[in-house]
Write a protein that binds this ligand. Sequence first.
Ligand code: ADP
Length: 261
Amino acid sequence: RTQPQSLLAEANPESHVKKVIGVVSGKGGVGKSLVTSLLASAMQKKGYRAAILDADITGPSIPRMFGVSYKVVGNENGLIPAEAANGTKIMSVNLLLPNETDPVVWRGPIIAGTVKQFWTEVCWGDVDYMFVDMPPGTGDVPLTVFQSLPVDGIVVVTSPQELVGMIVEKAVKMAGMTNTPVLGLVENMAYFECPDCHQKHKIFGDSHIDELAAKHGIEATAQLPINPALAAASDQGKIATVDTADWLDSLTAFIEARHSV
Ligand code: ADP
């Protein structure tokens, strides 16, 4: 890495995190948190110890997706992350706020500082793969987060419409600024599969994912359908129970191979 070491925050002494994967998107609402949760759950299912650092401070949705609502506690070494039913460790601002419906109206530097504290002041313990649900966009806050955490690679989540835009280029450029490899490109809501005839309907038109991945030298891609079961599972806190093998297997296998622990 050629990232300026001075910006990197030091991990808590009680943390032994082997790989850190950032999950980014161009804007909110494209399914970044959903993909983060599914990737962590898939790795946990493979037998790894997974964790999620919820850096999406103004829109924290990870705890809800895993059905975790208790408040985290600390000891003399720092905060103890929450643990979902499947064993995935989670830290989110929602687990600290007295009332999780309170809006977080903090400014950029405070947000970036909080994310940094989730790295320096949380006792993560032994973690094989930590997924960071990044603040949406490619602005100042995600860039600062990038520079302060030792991110090994990123996964870019987009919607079909964004694929034709410049969002992927921007995310790739941001990753390039910190010399972070782009591991995968996920197209969320790529199609809808009819439950009766199993035909795949491309609601937003043909996909451009393969040409974009080729253009940027991104080796792994994944497509997720619009699926009511995904929405229901995330609303009901059961995201870890969704079987994602058909959609995410090649991406998780690539992460495993490229960043073995
Ligand atoms: P982001 O983190 O990008 O803001 P989320 O992951 O929170 O977006 O997703 C926004 C909402 O859309 C959530 O309620 C989620 O359950 C729903 N959603 C996302 N992707 C899908 C999908 N492929 N099928 C059905 N619902 C989805």
